[in-house]
Design a binder for this molecule. Structure first.
Ligand SMILES: C[S@@+](CC[C@H](N)C(=O)[O-])C[C@H]1O[C@@H](n2cnc3c(N)ncnc32)[C@H](O)[C@@H]1O
Length: 217
């Protein structure tokens, strides 16, 4: 559904997300909400880092493990079932952290961001990718696409995807109604991230936000 919603742009979004990381071979990166590990594999391919891919869902992890082994990266990514809201790691365990499509699914995005930042060493990069609501003149086309076309596409695929097709557009809109991007930047700073930057992708269909864990606080 990510590929459908992004008109096939989502691999480019993941590549840009990973390009924000200041890491190289041998360092440790945590990818939260790793799902089928597309970001985790991009980190390995682009940087040579070692990755831990964490996700709440055993089904997603099973697919992630299989697809990563098939890509010949089985020895570079370690998978772990866990909750991004309560990470099973000590403070400052990782050199950098990525997360994708996570904050819409948690009760308290600010607290979750603080928890993600906690496990990154000071000076390490934290970078997140999320869908976004385009601004005019693209907003109407996005609304029509998410509210009318995606439910139809979902219905054609399967019953499960039909539910996703109906859920995703309203869920993204509600997230930005409650947490506009400017408020999210404040959350990042409160979580201990400095030099917070953002890049709107593909006419507003997604946003990558990143920064460095601050040295103080
Ligand atoms: C849309 S998928 C994204 C997967 C992948 N990162 C990608 O780029 O395609 C969102 C993932 O977030 C996971 N997830 C949702 N809430 C989570 C939480 N609290 N902790 C960890 N993973 C979570 C889901 O299980 C799902 O695999």
């Amino acid at each position: 559904m990510g590929a459908v919603l992004s008109f096939g742009q989502d691999p480019r979004w993941r590549r840009f997300l990973v390009s924000r990381l200041d890491v190289g071979p041998g360092v440790n990166v945590l990818d939260v909400a790793t799902g089928t590990a597309m970001v985790a594999r991009e980190v390995v391919a682009a940087t040579g880092a070692r990755v831990v891919g964490l996700d709440l869902s055993p089904d997603m992890l099973r697919r992630g493990i299989a697809e990563t082994a098939a890509a010949g990266m089985g020895d570079r990514v370690r998978f772990l079932q866990g909750d991004g809201q309560r990470l099973p790691f000590a403070d400052e365990t990782f050199d950098a952290l990525t997360f994708t499509y996570l904050l819409r699914y948690v009760d308290d995005p600010a607290a979750t961001l603080a928890e993600l930042v906690r496990v990154v060493r000071r000076g390490g990069t934290v970078a997140g990718l999320e869908f976004h609501v385009p601004k005019p003149p693209w907003s109407w086309a996005w609304w029509v696409y998410t509210r009318l076309a995606m439910p139809v596409v979902g219905r054609l695929v399967s019953r499960d995807w039909s539910a996703v097709g109906r859920f995703l557009g309203p869920n993204i809109s509600a997230f930005y109604d409650h947490h506009p991007l400017t408020e999210q930047f404040a959350m990042w700073r409160s979580a201990g991230v400095q030099d917070v930057q953002a890049q709107i992708m593909s006419l507003g269909g997604a946003v990558v936000v990143w920064g460095r864990r601050s040295h103080g606080g």
